[in-house]
Design a protein around this ligand. Structure first.
Ligand SMILES: [Fe+2]
Ligand SMILES: [Fe+2]
Length: 475
């Protein structure tokens, strides 16, 4: 079952051929997907041949095959990790029961909502990134952008398969709606806030793939625990693709930092104006971009106290990150967790029932994971002998969801007045001038092996190809 059948119109390892009705429904959705890709997918890319990896099996070893393909001809399909017929639900009220191969009626609405919310983020990020190809700092980076884009397209397929296969007519309607909503559209926006923000330049793209794709990792990991086995199996395979997206972000920011530090040392200065005149992105601006993307991303985990989160867990729909590695009772009924709230203008910790705080638990797991990469960026700065360190802001900084929304907070976690916020916000978040400066650096570099001035080349190429390989052939 793990081999992928590429002779079919829709590549899959789910024996689609045995379910004609489903196959026909998905074959009707397919041209609408291609139309969506043509309309709001990577701009001006139709004739490019891109060195992409395509899944050939879902085995952890050697699932990918590399070659130059036109993105429109990418074999988007349906790939689930192999199932375990004896798999048991291992958390919540159904703990110990057989995992579900179909959707129990009582959980249908919630499961549909979870799948639609996840599915909506996938095309949204493609829309957010659609103009970036026009200003790629190299064809190596251009190829990475396009790899991320086609895989987000495939993630949409993954969720659409579940909707079509398990949710009947409602599912088909939701699958259509996933192609109708548009990132940033006032009348028909994407579901979650961060997916309606612009990704206007490559520093924003690298921050997005580092932080926001990592939100994807944590959401998918929690869904990989689900009692609904098809959801678990499909998200497990999606996670193998997600790892590359975060690599693009982490190595991208690291290369920007490296180039800036190099020029700081050459010019022996940390003067922002001089560095900007020299064509690199000053470290304080990188810090402000980090503050923005981090804060917008941690909002994605939802309200710090949520009865939905409790329901999703207790009913077995969504577990915790690495549920299987935890040694508690996996029921969490009598446990508590600390969340933050503001009392008389000060942040205080408060114990709440853990089941209601599971969004916060996942957010805190995300924070631990994302701080590690920031440490690796700091190693680059340290190695250059420069006394500057990037930090993630306090988790109450610039929040728009939950108990911390609506209060003003400095990146260090001090509650500030509205007037202080107004006076300082351009020190804490990218200003219009910062964004205009970064935009001014963006230009298109298309010669193999050449890189824009503001970013260092990568240490090595993709799939052991040289750095100056022709990753994209322009048609
Ligand atoms: Fe994705
Ligand atoms: Fe991703």
């Amino acid at each position: 079952m793990s081999t992928i059948n590429y002779s079919e119109k829709i590549p899959n390892n789910v024996n689609l051929v045995e379910d004609r009705t489903l196959q026909r429904a998905l074959e009707q959705w397919q041209p609408n997907f291609i139309q969506w890709w043509d309309d709001v997918g990577p701009e001006g890319s139709t004739n490019h041949e891109v060195y992409l990896r395509t899944a050939v099996s879902v085995d952890p070893q050697g699932w990918a095959q590399f070659g130059h393909v036109k993105m429109r001809d990418y074999r988007w399909g349906i790939f689930l990790n192999p199932g375990d017929p004896n798999r048991e639900i291992h958390f919540g009220d159904h703990k110990g029961e057989q995992a579900w191969q179909d959707v129990p009626g009582e959980h249908r609405a919630n499961l549909r909502r979870i799948i639609v919310t996840q599915g909506d983020t996938e095309p949204a990020s493609v829309e957010q990134q659609r103009h970036l190809g026009l200003t790629a700092p190299s064809i190596y980076d251009l190829r990475n952008l396009f790899q991320v884009n086609v895989e987000e397209g495939r993630h949409l397929w993954a969720m659409v398969y579940l909707l079509h296969r398990h949710f009947g007519r409602d599912g088909r309607e939701e699958a259509e709606a996933l192609l109708d909503r548009r990132s940033g559209d006032e009348n028909n926006p994407r579901i979650l806030g961060a997916f309606n923000e612009k990704t206007p330049d490559w520093l924003a793209f690298f921050m997005f793939t580092y932080f926001t794709d990592r939100d994807g990792k944590f959401q998918l990991s929690a869904l990989a625990e689900s009692a609904f086995d098809p959801l678990s199996r499909t998200t497990k395979f999606m996670l193998t693709e997600e790892a590359h997206h975060m690599f693009v972000g982490e190595s991208g920011v690291s290369r920007v930092v490296q180039r800036t530090c190099q020029v700081m040392n050459e010019l022996k200065t940390d003067d922002v104006a001089k560095l900007r005149a020299a064509g690199v992105i000053d470290l304080p601006t990188i810090q402000r971009y980090l503050n923005f993307h981090y804060s917008v991303t941690i909002d994605l985990f939802g309200a710090d106290q949520s009865s939905n989160a409790a329901t999703f867990y207790s009913s077995g729909l969504k577990g915790r990150f690495e549920e299987g590695k935890r040694t508690d009772d996996h029921l969490l009924k009598d446990q508590t967790y600390k969340v933050l709230e503001v009392v008389n203008g000060r942040l205080v910790e408060k114990d709440v029932p853990m089941l209601n705080a599971l969004n916060e638990v996942l957010r805190d797991d995300f924070i631990k994971d994302s701080v590690a990469g920031v440490g690796r960026w700091n190693k680059v700065i340290e190695k250059a002998g420069i006394p500057f360190r990037l930090t993630v802001p306090h988790k109450a900084f610039h929040r728009n969801i939950g108990a911390l929304a609506g209060i003003k907070m400095s990146p260090e976690g001090r509650v500030v007045s509205e007037s202080e916020w107004q006076a300082k916000k351009d020190e804490w978040l990218p200003s219009d001038a910062d964004r205009a400066f970064v935009a001014s650096l963006m230009g298109r570099v298309v010669e193999p092996g050449k890189f824009a001035h503001w970013i260092a080349p990568p240490v090595m190429g993709i799939n052991r190809q040289p750095v100056d390989f022709d990753y994209v052939r322009f048609g």
